[in-house]
Design a protein around this ligand. Structure first.
Ligand code: PLP
Length: 396
């Protein structure tokens, strides 16, 4: 749909945009502009003259339509792990009489780790402590009761691509007075999300996966507007202060979404995000979703027909699947390395998951067929079965 808007190395079929999106062509020049014209020449005055200070809000507004949010409800900054912590702490403060954080086994580990760390830091050994309850994804609704303060879920499972019904679970959570916190890491830029409509209190996500803003690009946080003036930002940094440059001795949260800012934002990386968001000026997320379904259906059909050794690990029903397809195979790691050696980039998630992301912005049917053909060849002649392909690197 927008293949020429991205740099894709010659001969590479990139099926890992769910982990790190490719570089938008205009990102290099935008970052260069920020370096050479702004940082270099404006120095400290760039915060005002180049608008760096307001970028977290400006970019939040640009991103908002992709997740069904309105202007002034999204702000950029920090990393996703930090935004998870912040939204979680804010959720808990909204339900002081409840002690359970409900999540599922399909959640990304860092989300659960952040919850564990938060619980630990609140534990003084004398009051009833918080509890992280992690249940099977299918049984979330059964565990929503009056003990639960917040339901913290990732919309699309990073391993299987299984997608929760966000509207339905949020409604069920609200029926029990539970705050809904959604992680949109594998949704934002991949499929339509309807935050305003589903009425979730909080949502967070990253910008380096389907939003293509580059390694280490900042996260985003959404707060439902009617609670934005009362939500406790928890990580009460000076840039979320109502008047940061008054340098008050005491913290006073800024109005609305601005209070979710913490400290100095990453200016260079925000320039890359700004460039990456240009793509959406003339592409609709609805069209991206329908094409993505076509691509994932095609890949599943082709791989199942050509590679009987691989077992589908994603939901077969496209409506319950995000923009990725996973298969399992005992030697999955080696297969992925063999694929990478042939120019097909997927990734591996322990213990045995081969994962492929499909991003219609720069992947087409022809790429899918080529990737399936190469995978078939690797499986048929067992070319993955070499010591070099079994050597694990730090990042899989
Ligand atoms: C990718 C991802 C993260 C990563 O968090 P960072 O702080 O950006 O490293 C967290 N949660 C989920 C659900 C993810 O998919």
């Amino acid at each position: 749909m927008k293949k020429d808007a991205f740099y894709l190395p010659q001969g590479m079929i990139y099926l890992d945009g769910n982990s790190l999106g490719p570089m938008p062509v205009n990102a290099a020049s935008r970052v260069q502009h920020t370096v050479n014209d702004e940082w270099k020449n404006l120095l400290i005055t760039g915060w005002n003259k180049a608008g760096w200070y307001h970028q977290p809000r400006v970019l939040g507004d640009r991103l908002a339509p992709l997740i069904g949010a309105t202007e002034g409800t999204v702000v950029i900054g920090d990393t996703l792990s930090i935004k998870v912590y912040q939204a979680l702490a804010a959720s808990l403060q909204m339900r002081p009489k409840r002690h359970v954080i409900l999540s599922d086994t399909g959640n990304f580990p860092t989300d659960l780790y952040m919850a564990e760390g938060l619980i630990k830091s609140f534990d003084r050994g004398d009051s009833p402590t918080l509890e992280l309850k992690v249940v099977e994804p299918e049984s979330i609704a059964d565990h929503l009761d009056e003990s639960v303060a917040v339901m913290m879920l990732t919309h699309v499972d990073y391993r299987t691509g299984r997608m929760h019904d966000m509207a339905e679970l949020t409604r069920k959570a609200h029926d029990k007075g539970v705050v809904a916190l959604w992680d949109l890491a594998h949704s934002a830029g991949a499929l339509p999300v309807h935050l305003t409509e589903c009425k979730a209190e909080f949502a967070v996500g990253c910008t380096y996966k389907y939003l293509n803003a580059g390694p280490g690009s900042p996260a985003f946080i959404y707060v439902r507007p009617d609670i934005a003036d009362s939500a406790e930002p928890a990580l009460s940094g000076w840039m979320g202060h109502s008047n940061p440059f008054a340098f008050d001795r005491h913290y006073q949260a800024a109005p609305a979404i601005e209070r979710m800012r913490i400290g100095t934002p990453p200016v260079l990386q925000m320039a890359a995000l700004d460039a990456a968001l240009d793509v959406w000026d003339d592409v609709s997320i609805v069209d991206v979703r329908s094409k993505s379904i076509e691509l994932t259906e095609l890949f599943i059909d082709e791989v199942e027909r050509r590679c009987p050794e691989l077992t589908l690990h994603s939901p077969r029903d496209a409506a319950q699947r995000g923009s990725q397809v996973s298969f399992t195979f005992d030697e999955g790691y080696a297969v992925i390395q063999a694929l990478i050696a042939e120019g097909v980039i997927g990734d591996f998630r322990a213990p045995d998951v081969l994962r492929f992301g499909f991003t219609p912005l720069y992947i087409d049917n022809d790429d899918v067929l080529k990737a399936a053909t190469i995978l078939e060849k690797i499986m048929a002649n067992r070319s993955w079965d070499q010591p070099a392909y079994k050597q694990r690197s730090a990042v899989t």
